[in-house]
Design a protein around this ligand. Structure first.
Ligand code: TIU
Length: 232
């Protein structure tokens, strides 16, 4: 039974933490650190740092309650057989997906830049999901993993708000999941896109989801954490 109330817009959301997952999208060195994919696209990667602390707090709260945690990584096979030419062809020819950079080949699995930033490194037992596209459902086994755990609510964090976070929330919403963007746990290279991206989700009565934040999640899960430790 949904017994936990999360402060959110456009309205509070009742959910069951045992049927919720924290999905942290693409908090990879390639997007957050200089020399990676994000910078090769012409972006100021320092703008994404704002999401790191809030993500750490949301992750700590989720771990304390035993909630399912899923970390996604955007990237491609070393042979790039899964990289659409239309995606690879964009950007400067010497700094495209697969080219050598200071953190290894850009957006390629197994390279240093493809890994998750140390501040949010996955713990043993947490799901790490490699995805070739922007959405976390496209060509991955995410839906199967969620089905096997009886998940009905996705708490979505990560980067960037209007690209991979948005695409994943849209995909999740169409598949019947209650999707909540944790506003301060998300960030964009374009602050206006971040703000408007969140507005889009919660407009029209929550047309494809809810918007909450890390403090609301910590507050909602606080009692659960206390209940677990006092029962132990
Ligand atoms: N460029 C940009 O804003 N985002 C991406 O390419 N991928 C993700 O959002 N992860």
């Amino acid at each position: 039974m949904p017994d936990t109330l999360l402060a959110a817009e456009p309205a509070p959301l009742a959910f069951d933490p045992a049927r919720a997952a924290l999905v942290i999208i693409d908090m990879q060195r390639d997007f957050l650190e200089p020399g990676g994919f994000g910078e090769t696209l012409g972006n100021d990667v320092s703008l994404l740092q704002a999401a790191v602390g809030p993500c750490q707090r949301a992750l700590a709260a989720a771990r304390a309650t035993g909630m399912l945690v899923i970390h996604t990584r955007e990237g491609h096979r070393p042979d790039m057989a899964d990289a659409p030419p239309a995606k690879v062809e964009r950007g400067a020819p010497t700094a495209r997906i697969g080219c050598a950079g200071p953190m290894g080949r850009i957006l390629i699995r197994g390279e240093a830049g493809h890994d998750i930033i140390p501040e949010l490194y996955p713990a043993a037992g947490e799901v790490v999901l490699d995805k070739p596209g922007k959405g976390a459902f496209y060509q991955t086994d995410l839906e199967l993993i969620l089905k096997n755990r009886g998940i009905d609510t996705l708490l979505v964090a990560g980067v960037t708000t209007e690209v991979c976070v948005h695409t994943t929330i849209r995909e999740g919403n169409d598949r019947g999941y209650r999707c909540v963007a944790l506003a301060d746990c998300c960030a964009s290279y374009f602050p206006d896109f971040h703000r408007v991206g969140l507005d889009m989700i919660k407009a029209q009565g929550g047309i494809f989801g809810w918007v909450s934040d890390s403090a609301a999640l910590v507050a909602a899960l606080g009692n659960k954490t206390a209940a677990r430790s006092s029962a132990a």
